[in-house]
Design a protein around this ligand. Structure first.
Ligand SMILES: NC(=O)c1ccc[n+]([C@@H]2O[C@H](COP(=O)([O-])OP(=O)(O)OC[C@H]3O[C@@H](n4cnc5c(N)ncnc54)[C@H](O)[C@@H]3O)[C@@H](O)[C@H]2O)c1
Length: 249
């Protein structure tokens, strides 16, 4: 028996990286999976390889949300789970960052998450329950050089999560945030980060001294999405190999 048997899930930014790992694990655990992304070729290829359903979706657009949620409900009859995973990172110090660059990060990471929560309320109410998992970051707790926009967006995701948990508990909708640390995806291979960050010193500073595989985050996301997490809402779940322990969290 799978952890997510009988559930219908929508996962954003699912074409690669952690989103792809969530798609694959959710299918293994018995869910029907719809995933969105702006990367059409990667999305179609993953859909073909796995049997999940791909929809083109830019999380900053309300119409794209309507289409993604509509497709999910029309195809599978309901929507039980939303994973707000899509995100971007722009490494740039405040002095060098343009307002457009800053706004873009906030739009995708924070506005996209808020729109997601807003878009699934009615279908989850109709289903009689729901679970929303918002992907924040360790940058939702701490700031780092070059990360002002990213940290602002990920602190914001934590805030939206807590307010939504309070608003939606009456409809049996749980809302939690997941805070990955250093996960091995294209996001952390960014050449601008590689040029600025001392990789060896970073590894030495780690408690578990390695980057995580994406599925190590998916396991926590799947738990929160499932009925096993029935008393968890408004909470923060770090998957960071102990990174935040030194920061007092
Ligand atoms: N990799 C890490 O170490 C790390 C750490 C903490 C948090 N995160 C967060 O985890 C999530 C997944 O990141 P990842 O590491 O897999 O990176 P990734 O770049 O591999 O994946 C992000 C996905 O989001 C999609 N995306 C970007 N903009 C979009 C938009 N406007 N609409 C829809 N989809 C869009 C991308 O096309 C991509 O498929 C992100 O929210 C990221 O901020 C990553």
């Amino acid at each position: 028996m799978g952890l997510l048997d009988g559930k219908v899930a929508l996962i954003t930014g699912g074409a690669r990286g952690m989103g792809e790992a969530h798609v694959r694990l959710f299918l293994e655990e018995g869910a029907q999976v719809v995933f969105g992304d702006v990367l059409d070729d990667e999305g179609k290829a993953l859909a073909e390889a796995t049997g999940a359903l791909f929809v083109h979706q830019d999380v900053t657009g309300p119409e794209d949300w309507q289409r993604a949620v509509g497709t999910t409900v029309e195809t599978y009859g309901k929507l039980d789970i939303l994973v707000n995973n899509a995100g971007i990172l722009k490494f740039r110090r405040i002095a060098d960052m343009t307002l457009d660059e800053y706004s873009r990060v906030l739009d995708v990471n924070l506005k996209g998450t808020w729109l997601g929560v807003k878009s699934v309320i009615e279908p989850m109410k109709a289903a009689g329950r729901g679970s929303i998992v918002n992907i924040s970051s360790v940058e939702g707790f701490i700031g780092a050089e070059g990360m002002s926009a990213y940290a602002a967006s990920k602190f914001g995701v934590r805030g939206v999560t807590k307010a939504a948990a309070r608003e939606l508990a009456r409809f049996k909708i749980r809302v939690n945030s997941v805070h990955p640390g250093a996960i091995n995806t294209s996001m952390v291979m960014d050449p601008e980060i590689a040029a600025e960050v001392d990789g060896e010193a970073f590894l030495k500073s780690m408690v578990i001294k390695r980057f995580a595989k994406p599925v190590e985050v998916s396991n926590v996301v799947a738990f929160l999405a499932s009925d096993r997490a029935s008393y968890c809402t408004g909470s923060e779940f770090t998957v960071d190999g102990g990174m935040l322990t030194g920061a007092g969290y």
